[in-house]
Design a protein around this ligand. Structure first.
Ligand SMILES: [Cu+2]
Length: 155
């Protein structure tokens, strides 16, 4: 097969640029210690069910009146599946995954994060409007992804 000289140059330029960008990406990732968005560090994804506080997922009230909600995402559900939160509560959600990457999204709030195996992610939201909120997975995680949700009631 004959490839014209200019096409070879163009192909070489394209492949070369791809390699340059991959090398730059690797250098940036390793030298800057770039990790998934989380300030909370790591957890053994094979021992989520035995690691506190994810061994008892749910809502906890803090002495200052704020709340913490611990969630575990796994195919194809969230634990806890239902949560009741008082109106006006400031809730910090902590989420991790025990298997694959999942999404953690509560529509009409600013809670939208990834649940990554081995990492703990967090987001805080104040629920000032009572009602029923849906917590959905917005990262495709497998064949049952569309059924992956939990319910939050604010009252
Ligand atoms: Cu999913």
């Amino acid at each position: 097969m004959h490839i014209h000289r200019y096409e070879r140059w163009w192909l070489g330029f394209g492949v070369g640029m791809l390699l340059v960008f991959l090398v730059l990406l690797a250098i940036a990732a390793f030298s800057s210690d770039i990790n998934p968005p989380s300030g909370l560090g790591q957890i053994d994804p094979t021992k989520v069910a035995q690691t506190a506080p994810f061994d008892h997922p749910g809502l906890r009230k803090l002495p200052n009146g704020a709340y913490e909600a611990y969630y575990v995402a796994h195919v194809f559900a969230f634990e806890p599946a239902r949560l009741t939160i008082p109106v006006g509560a400031k809730v910090t959600f902590y989420v991790t995954s025990s298997d694959v990457v999942h999404g953690f999204f509560i529509p009409y709030t600013d809670v939208n994060m990834m649940a990554i195996p081995g990492w703990v992610n967090q987001e805080t939201h104040t629920f000032s409007t009572p009602g029923h909120y849906l917590l959905i997975c917005n990262e495709y995680c497998g064949i049952g992804h569309q059924d992956m949700f939990a319910k939050i009631e604010v009252r």
